[in-house]
Write a protein that binds this ligand. Sequence first.
Ligand SMILES: Cc1cc2nc3c(=O)[nH]c(=O)nc-3n(C[C@H](O)[C@H](O)[C@H](O)COP(=O)(O)OP(=O)(O)OC[C@H]3O[C@@H](n4cnc5c(N)ncnc54)[C@H](O)[C@@H]3O)c2cc1C
Length: 293
Amino acid sequence: MKPAPLDYIRATSVAHAVQVLAENDGDGKVLAGGQSLVPLLAMRLSQPTVLVDLGGLGELSYIRDESGHVEIGAMVRARTVEISSLIADAVPLLPVALRHVGHVTIRNRGTVGGSTAHADPAAELPAVLRALDADVVVTGPSGSRTIGAADFFQGFLTTALAPDEIVTALRVPKSAPGTRVAVQEFARRHGDFAIVAVFAAVELGASGEIAAARIAVAGADQVPVRAAAAEELLAGQDPSPAVLRAAAAEVAGATRPFDDIHGTADYRKKITAVLARRCLEQALPTAERSSAA
Ligand SMILES: Cc1cc2nc3c(=O)[nH]c(=O)nc-3n(C[C@H](O)[C@H](O)[C@H](O)COP(=O)(O)OP(=O)(O)OC[C@H]3O[C@@H](n4cnc5c(N)ncnc54)[C@H](O)[C@@H]3O)c2cc1C
């Protein structure tokens, strides 16, 4: 199939993009990397009357080291984030997670703003934003506002964005030095969307105890899930196998999975517990774990 007829406008600035969206009263769509939108247009699952291309907006293509957080412009490609040394040092969970997004050709085109706005519940980036309490900066006709990831992702492909707003940046808090990160993902084939994926960032204390843990799950709910009860259970504990197993059960308990052609809700819950345990084992050093066991 081919897309339904539409007008194509190449935005010259963020203000221009927002103006076109506002003028089209909810019938406009923003084009970023096109990796999700173009197939939807071709299948006519999305039929905007006007497509606003952000591709020329250099003002949205930057990675900035700010005090306490890193700011990533919406048009930065997933692959740019994945190979950035600034990101690797400041937010090590991001590159580890983004390596699981599709194939490198998709990451070369797909943008962080596009993945965030698309809000696929199985996507890696939204889950990382949720785990790390990142903010999404959005801009509309009346200016910019900042929305926490917990409020931004509202449902399946549904966000807090108004029809005349665009995502302009992500603000991701820096991780404490020495933070250990891990991602465990189950997908049918390399490059497929995850059926379930678990993301963890863990800080260790001076004696090898878990000082703080951040855990999120993709693919096991309509939105990325934060495993708060598991994080609380882990805080202050030695990373023994029993503690990690108990935390993994809490991670699965935080999800509200669904049945679809890839698996049942029950199956998703079971693999969430397995992936969560493996993820914590991967993040936590074996020596400390076995000496604490
Ligand atoms: C074969 C294949 C495999 C994939 N596998 C994965 C995977 O494993 N994990 C994963 O996370 N993703 C995967 N993707 C999706 C990929 O990551 C997309 O790049 C991403 O979801 C969308 O980013 P984009 O820049 O291409 O956005 P686009 O496709 O251009 O846009 C997607 C949606 O977001 C909106 N949008 C885009 N930018 C903005 C903005 N700045 N403000 C407001 N709205 C905006 C668009 O209007 C559209 O509704 C896969 C894609 C393909 C084709």
